[in-house]
Design a binder for this molecule. Structure first.
Ligand SMILES: [Zn+2]
Ligand SMILES: [Zn+2]
Length: 243
């Protein structure tokens, strides 16, 4: 199911297009000034985030360049922002498909993915693109991640929280300083990721959310892999899968 995208929290400045899609989000938390630009890419409406240490920063960390990444690449070119690294929250095609086009324009971009999903970059069957009839394979990852690792790229610092259940190498990206967490296809606003694909497990997914995400501060802003943003407090209170 595809939900219309809207911002659920009031303290961000959200720029809406004519059709109401939030394409650019400027979030300012606790005196820090991380800039998050936000795109909804491709037929699966995957959220792709471009993170920078400030408005003037010309380097970025890209999260999940999915299908239909032309809009993302045009944005980077127009603003002269280099994507120094790409983090893939997991290895399914709707989160990785843009890295081919991105690397054509920016060959030095590093690709980071959890060690358990790294092979999905190379195997169209594993990343589900073969199933869609559009086989896609990429170069191997530059960096493989594991639980607890710190990512420091483009002046942005995020901690890896391994949250399997939707995919074996699914990961969330957390910054306590910024009060934000990117929750992959693990936790959505009032929903969770599907667990019927290869390597999925409902029990594992629910366990990871309770163990890794619920201890985060209630005010932490949640940026999921699909659909609108939310907060940890809101999901604890309203998410029907976790009551
Ligand atoms: Zn997926
Ligand atoms: Zn997805």
């Amino acid at each position: 199911m595809i939900l219309p995208v809207k911002c659920l929290f009031a303290d961000a400045k959200c720029i809406l297009t004519a059709n109401g899609v939030c394409v650019s989000l400027r979030a300012f938390y606790r005196g820090y000034e991380m800039v998050i630009d936000f795109f909804v890419l491709g037929e699966y409406q995957t959220n792709c985030y471009v993170l920078r240490s400030g408005e003037a920063a010309r380097e970025s960390l890209v999260v999940d360049p999915g299908l239909g990444a032309e809009e993302l690449i045009a944005f980077l070119a127009e603003r002269e922002i280099a994507p120094v690294a790409v983090v893939l929250t997991h290895g399914h095609i709707d989160h990785i498909a843009g890295i081919g086009a991105l690397r054509e324009s920016y060959p030095d971009t590093k690709v980071l993915i959890h060690e358990l999903d790294a092979r999905m970059l190379l195997e169209p069957d594993a990343n589900l693109s073969a199933l869609m009839g559009r086989p896609f394979a990429a170069e191997p990852a530059d960096v493989v991640l594991k639980d607890g690792d710190w990512i420091e790229q483009a002046g942005v610092r995020l901690q890896v929280l391994h949250t399997p259940g939707h995919s074996p190498g699914g990961l969330c990206l957390y910054s306590s300083e910024e009060g934000i967490v990117f929750t992959d296809d693990a936790l959505f606003a009032e929903s969770i990721g599907r667990t019927d694909l290869a390597g999925g497990s409902m029990a594992q997914l629910l366990g990871c959310i309770k163990e890794k995400l619920w201890p985060l501060a209630d005010s932490t802003v949640v940026y999921p892999g699909h659909g609108p943003s939310t907060t940890i407090a809101r999901e604890k209170a309203c998410n029907p899968f976790l009551q």
